[in-house]
Design a protein around this ligand. Structure first.
Ligand SMILES: *Cc1c(COP(=O)(O)O)cnc(C)c1O
Length: 491
């Protein structure tokens, strides 16, 4: 099965899509057809563990990869580095509500689900493409991607990784996780500006022919670990299917019964992976797209106009502080079935900062997606009340989704069993979580890890314990226009 670009139908193989990241025309690669998942496939998947599920699902999209290869990747990606043998366990809250916990990996956020797998997919894809050069991964991060990518690529032969994060735009814990990263091939640098500035800066470096030729002559080229890479998205399709199987196995739903997924959304990568699972045949009723105060997606799903010309808010859920959701392009392409139409929307977005989709496209979008948003005050209230009533602790991103689910149920009366996709450990955002459960958060974030552990009686995840004592390796902070030079100096 091949892949093509959302903007010009340029075609490539699965390995080509993963090795390339972005398509040459600036579009994103999408599979030309979506593999089907039958009920008997699902029944078979129910009997498997997470690794086997990952191999089974990913193989359907990766014809050039042998089962043996994928088994090796799954073993390396989803093993002792996770603190729960289920890898992506489902926590049942009540009859109709569960949390899919995607933060049991080495950096305590859901990005690990993909970024523990991506280095294996990427290095193998490069080999299959006969690539002789070494690859430097460039990442713009709103917090969690950076650390997860650093952790995934640290000391992987033939690679380097450089991460840019918005200065002041990530949590204290997130920043320390990154600037203390070990490994001989890693670099981390702050950028004056917000996440969109960092992301735009990285995109410009990718599009800069002069940098490409300088690097080429030194035997290097650039690639991306951002969620625009198909190799990031594909491993995420797995956990939607896995969660469904776990719900069936636990007797909470019948095989074939539809469920809703509620997803705290930023770049639209996570929720889009769920949508692919549904296109394959996973019984899903609706996806609820949850945003924080940066509610550009809420407005889009309600009105059909995507408008990034609006104030940017720094919120308690920083990984969702995003005004340009890159992965939406894949959905627009598949729903419209038209590369020129998609290209037109993206051109409007670049030139005017907004676009309005056709009525037909909006209708299709609304038939599968609902939406809502939640500000910081309600986010903290949701954390506090869930803790008080159920003794279940959520992070701020998950809390946005949970509150939006409560709102959605009230508004629509839809009581379909729902799975809230839980994207980070509460210990990654201790200050907000501690305040929310009535604790005192008047110290830097890292010192609050112990405090939150004492207040909740929950041990802090191993990767976060002792963070304050680790050596800071990276202190750089640059203006946006110095990002290209920073990359050249790094390689
Ligand atoms: C990245 C991230 C999100 C947003 O996911 P997208 O795929 O960008 O929509 C939500 N929560 C957390 C904790 C994250 O790290």
């Amino acid at each position: 099965m091949n892949y093509y670009s959302t903007r010009s139908l340029t075609e490539t193989t699965a390995a080509g899509a993963i090795a390339g990241g972005l398509a040459p025309d600036g579009g994103l690669f999408v599979p030309m057809e979506i593999p089907a998942l039958t009920v008997s496939d699902l029944e078979a998947l129910c009997k498997m563990d997470y690794r086997q599920r990952a191999v089974n699902v990913m193989a359907r999209y990766l014809p050039e990869f042998s089962a043996e290869e994928l088994e090796g990747f799954a073993k390396a990606a989803y093993g002792e580095n996770f603190d729960d043998p289920a890898i992506a366990p489902v926590h049942a809250l009540d009859d109709k509500t569960s949390f899919l916990e995607l933060w049991h990996g080495p950096t305590c956020a859901f990005k690990d689900m993909a970024l523990q797998m991506l280095p294996h997919l990427l290095t193998a894809s490069l080999k299959k493409n006969g690539e002789q050069r070494q690859v430097c991964i460039l990442v713009a991060t709103s917090g969690d991607t950076g650390k997860a990518a650093l952790q995934g690529f640290a000391d992987v032969a033939g690679t380097k990784i450089m991460v840019f994060y918005p200065n002041g735009g990530v949590s204290d814990v997130q920043r320390l996780q990154m600037v203390t990263q070990q490994g001989n091939n890693v670099g981390v640098c702050a950028v004056q500006g917000n996440f969109d500035d960092a992301q735009t800066g990285v995109k410009q470096i990718f599009g800069n022919a002069d940098i490409a030729s300088q690097l080429n002559s030194r035997g290097w080229f650039l690639s991306s670990a951002n969620s625009i890479n198909w190799g990031r998205l594909l491993p995420q399709v797995v956990y939607y299917i896995s969660a469904y199987c776990d719900e069936v196995n636990a007797g909470r739903i019948q095989m074939g019964e539809k469920i809703n997924f509620v997803v705290p959304t930023g770049n639209f990568g996570n929720i889009l992976a769920g949508w692919y699972a549904k296109q394959m045949g996973l019984p899903v009723n609706r996806f609820v797209c949850a945003s924080n105060e940066n509610n550009v997606l809420t407005d889009f799903i309600r009105t059909g106009t995507y408008n990034r010309n609006r104030p940017f808010h720094v919120t308690a859920s920083p990984s969702m502080d995003i005004l340009v959701s890159s992965n939406l392009e894949r959905l627009l392409f598949t729903l419209s079935g038209s590369a020129p139409e998609t290209d037109g929307y993206m051109k409007d977005l670049r030139e005017k900062g907004q676009y309005t989709v056709s009525r037909e496209l909006l209708g299709k979008l609304q038939s599968e997606f609902s939406c809502g948003f939640c500000d910081d005050v309600r986010t903290r209230a949701a954390i506090g009340s869930l803790w008080a009533e159920h003794h279940y602790l959520m992070d701020t991103h998950t809390a946005v989704a949970y509150q939006v689910l409560c709102d959605y149920r009230k508004e629509t009366g839809d009581d379909t069993p729902a799975v809230v996709v839980s994207t980070a450990s509460p210990f990654k955002f201790c200050d907000h979580v501690l305040t929310a459960i009535g604790g005192n958060a008047d110290a830097p974030g890292v010192q609050l890890i112990d405090r939150l552990s004492q207040a909740s009686g929950i041990p802090a995840p191993k990767p976060l314990a002792g963070l304050a004592e680790r050596e800071v390796r990276f202190r750089g902070c640059v203006e946006k226009n110095l990002m290209p030079q920073t990359v050249l100096d790094f390689i």
